[in-house]
Design a protein around this ligand. Structure first.
Ligand code: UDP
Length: 496
């Protein structure tokens, strides 16, 4: 065998299977990018709309020679009752279609397996999203180690672990409080703030989560978008729990240095990046509060109005991201009738649709980030060195809030009381009042000692984040450890 042919034969090959929700797809694409930067050949399983939307950030790296390939399959939206071109969670017209979206994704299994059959050698590793169960069968069938990625941090993994283990939430009323057992910090929440799996009365939902848990426990290991130093104690415990097969390789968003790359991560932004930068450049350092509630939460218009009025009542300049899609007309009608945009135009910038979040959070004008506590957003806030106003909405976001406010002490809570079930936003009950939102924003932006301390800590964790991904840093080292581990598996298999 010629040398080059032999090297290609021995080059590690990872098959990457993302889940079609921005909060999962975006970091999975980053993982693929990082692996390829480390010499691994990567094939990303995708579908046409997702390839265009999430994949375009890899155009340049691919042109420059990184070994990344897209394995694109048509997506059977219409067959499963989804609108044409609807391939991801955030574009679903209703969350009652989540089941159909996942079923449509299951059709990829057969196609992926047919592809693997054509390969010799077979891929050395499958990295797949936790919420896709079929890659477990595929990995088993071809005896390929499977690593899962679920977008959570070690703190949340440990909270969930002890909740499952002890079931302390059982027999509690919705508004009863509980202290999470087994953790180094005293974390207290209400039952209604726990992830849905600890609150669901629905058998199909429970069965689905049980299948996922089983598939997770059978996986070879877990990739975490975080860094060891951020989660001292929790990362170590999670490592022990999974017998060393945990790799914290984040913050993933730091793999993009260039503004042009940052501006297209996850979608083309709806505001021109230069216009956005010009606005930010015209603001004082640390003066702007950036409010964005993620990519999938469907916050009711009355709550968005409370947010708008709180941003107005606070005197700082602000950016408010008004997502397109859910009840847009209602909120646009309010903005229009109230003359809100006109009234606040001297110090407010409204971004309708997809905001270039990484560009914004890495600008020195940003002094605070009002977030729904999705883990990607929090980590991006950490990288930006900005303190946060936390307004969790669903799933593990109330746990993330505890990490930010109580453990890291870089945030102030708005005091949300209940996790919302996706698709049941109208039943969410008592929401957050503008006064609570305004107070939390003011605390984060204030000049006093407490605000100063919070800002100082936020800058410190940002420095730690940047260090973690540098040569010799913990995440850099973990990435090497992961590749070596899979390389070792591959050699052992070749020899047997
Ligand atoms: N995002 C963005 N612009 C937007 C909304 C979201 O760039 O207008 C990105 C954000 O930077 C993050 C991801 O989308 O990387 C959202 O993930 P997260 O875990 O924060 O929340 P989710 O949307 O999954 O609830």
């Amino acid at each position: 065998m010629a040398l080059q042919e032999s090297q290609e034969h021995n080059q590690l090959h990872f098959l990457v299977i993302p889940l079609a929700s921005p909060g999962h797809y975006i970091p999975t694409i980053d993982i693929a990018n990082l692996l390829a930067q480390n010499g691994v050949k990567v094939t990303i399983v995708t579908t046409p709309v997702n390839a265009l939307r999430f994949g375009s950030i890899l155009d340049q790296p691919i042109k420059s020679g990184l070994p990344i390939h897209f394995l694109e399959f048509p997506f059977p939206s219409m067959e499963f009752g989804l609108p044409e071109g609807c391939e991801s969670l955030d574009t679903l017209p209703s969350f009652s279609l989540i089941g159909s979206l996942l079923l449509a994704y299951n059709t990829l299994q057969e196609k992926v397996e047919r592809y693997i059959e054509t390969l010799n050698p077979k891929p050395n590793c499958i990295i797949s999203d936790t919420f896709l169960v079929w890659p477990a069968e595929t990995a088993k069938k071809f005896q390929i180690p499977r690593i899962i990625f679920d977008g959570m941090n070690c703190f949340t993994q440990m909270c969930n672990h002890f909740l499952y283990l002890t079931k302390v939430y059982e027999n509690l009323g919705e508004s009863d409080s509980l202290v999470l057992p087994g953790l180094p910090d005293r974390i207290e929440l209400k039952r209604s703030q726990l992830p849905i799996v600890f609150n669901s009365g629905s058998k199909p939902v429970n069965d689905f989560h049980e299948r996922i848990r089983r598939s997770e426990s059978e996986a070879y290991g877990v990739i975490i978008n975080s860094f060891n130093e951020l989660e001292q104690g929790y990362a170590d415990e999670y490592q022990k729990l999974r017998e060393g097969k945990v790799w914290c390789i984040g913050p993933l968003s730091l793999c993009y240095k260039d503004v042009s790359e940052k501006a297209i991560r996850g979608n083309n932004s709806s505001i021109d990046k230069n216009e956005c930068l010009k606005w930010l450049d015209s603001q004082k350092t640390g003066s702007v509060i950036y409010a964005c509630l993620g990519s999938v939460s469907r916050v009711e218009p009355d709550q968005l109005i409370e947010l708008a009025l709180a941003l107005e009542a606070n005197r700082n300049p602000f950016i408010w991201v008004v997502r397109a899609g859910h009840k847009t007309q209602a909120i646009e009608k309010w903005i229009d009738e109230e003359g809100f945009e006109e009234r606040t135009k001297e110090r407010g910038l409204l971004i309708r649709g997809w905001a270039p979040q990484l560009v914004i959070l890495s600008h020195p004008a940003i002094g605070g980030f009002l977030t729904h506590c999705g883990w990607n957003s929090i980590l991006e806030g950490v990288c930006g060195g900005v303190p946060m106003v936390t307004w969790p909405q669903f799933q593990e976001q109330f746990l993330n809030e505890k990490l930010v406010v109580q453990v890291l002490r870089i945030g102030v809570s708005v005091g949300a009381q209940n996790a919302v079930n996706l698709g049941e936003e109208e039943k969410a009950g008592v929401g957050v009042k503008r006064e609570e939102l305004r107070k939390a924003v003011e605390m984060v932006m204030e000049d006093g000692e407490e605000g100063e301390e919070r800002r100082k800590r936020a800058k410190e964790v940002s420095k730690m984040a940047n260090k973690a991904i540098e040569e010799g840093g913990s995440s850099h080292w973990n990435m090497r450890r992961l590749i070596e581990d899979i390389g070792h598996q591959a050699t052992t298999r070749r020899l047997n």
